[in-house]
Design a protein around this ligand. Structure first.
Ligand SMILES: NC(=O)c1ccc[n+]([C@@H]2O[C@H](COP(=O)([O-])OP(=O)(O)OC[C@H]3O[C@@H](n4cnc5c(N)ncnc54)[C@H](OP(=O)(O)O)[C@@H]3O)[C@@H](O)[C@H]2O)c1
Length: 252
């Protein structure tokens, strides 16, 4: 009898880009990909954060380099990718939020959030996919549970994450024949610098705890397994979908 073989959860010999990899969920993704054996390049706007992240990762023996890149600068995106060897994996964790009631939302806030979360994300995926043509690859968009449900003070943020869900499905359809997989990870509230003000507000923390079915809130490490799964051959038939790491938030 021939037993089925578990596909590899390793990334040895593969290159991974993590946009927004200097802190938060992106740094967790970078560590996870490096621990799986990948050569990892992290990007962010701030040089200091990049230096701290790459030094900490190198101290653990990881193969990592850092580069300054504001993903909202589409010309800079193209110049950066032209100077790099193609990537086998890309995680886009560069994102932002400006929470306010829909009635109070300004056009400036709307533009800032959509520019990063939707426009820049679209073109980063497009530009990275061009380099994957012929060899295939895995693109992982850091979306949100808010790409599947609504939330108070989050109409614009939710709009951007629903848009990421939509572009992911369409890209998966277009690029599937080239073996380029495109998926999202949809975290619930995870303790990061982005969400520190929300967790610090007792009312908001109580709301989060009331919506998550499990008896705790999310940590960066909760996202790392999903990153490894989607990046490796373990998920080689998975595309155009999302992995909800939401503690049961969207279950009802
Ligand atoms: N934390 C949560 O609870 C949660 C839940 C669901 C979804 N998410 C999503 O997960 C992603 C990461 O969130 P996070 O909490 O880890 O955020 P974070 O702690 O603020 O980290 C964001 C990372 O992205 C970089 N970045 C931000 N804007 C950028 C830009 N324009 N160009 C390049 N890099 C940029 C930041 O570095 P620089 O500032 O130096 O550029 C940093 O490395 C976001 O898309 C967020 O919407 C987060």
């Amino acid at each position: 009898m021939t037993l089925p073989k578990t596909p590899s959860f390793r990334l040895d010999g593969r290159r991974a880009l993590v946009a927004g990899g200097s802190r938060g969920i992106g740094l967790g993704a970078a560590v996870a990909l490096a621990e799986a054996g990948g050569e990892v390049v992290i990007t962010a706007r701030g040089e200091k954060g990049l230096t701290e992240a790459t030094e900490a990762m190198r101290a653990e023996g990881h193969n990592v380099s850092g580069a300054v890149l504001d993903i909202t600068d589409l010309e800079a995106q193209e110049a950066f990718l032209a100077a790099q060897a193609p990537f086998d994996v890309m995680v886009n964790s560069a994102g932002t939020a400006r929470h306010a009631a829909a009635l109070d939302m300004t056009a400036e806030d709307y533009d800032a959030v959509t520019n990063t979360n939707t426009r820049a994300a679209f073109f980063l995926a497009r530009n990275v996919a061009r380099g994957m043509a012929g060899t295939g690859g895995s693109i992982i968009m850091m979306s949100s549970q808010m790409g599947h449900v609504g939330g108070p003070d989050r109409s614009v943020y939710c709009a951007t994450k629903h848009a990421v869900e939509g572009m992911t499905k369409s890209m998966a359809i277009e690029w599937g024949p080239q073996n380029i997989r495109v998926n999202t990870i949809c975290p619930t509230f995870i303790r990061t610098p982005l969400t520190a003000p929300t967790f610090a507000d007792p009312e908001k923390l109580a709301w989060i705890q009331s919506k998550i079915k499990l008896p705790r809130t999310g940590e960066i490490s909760d996202i790392m397994g999903a990153v490894v799964f989607l990046a490796t051959d373990a998920s080689s038939l998975v595309t155009g979908t999302s992995i909800l790491v939401d503690g049961g938030w969207t279950a009802g």
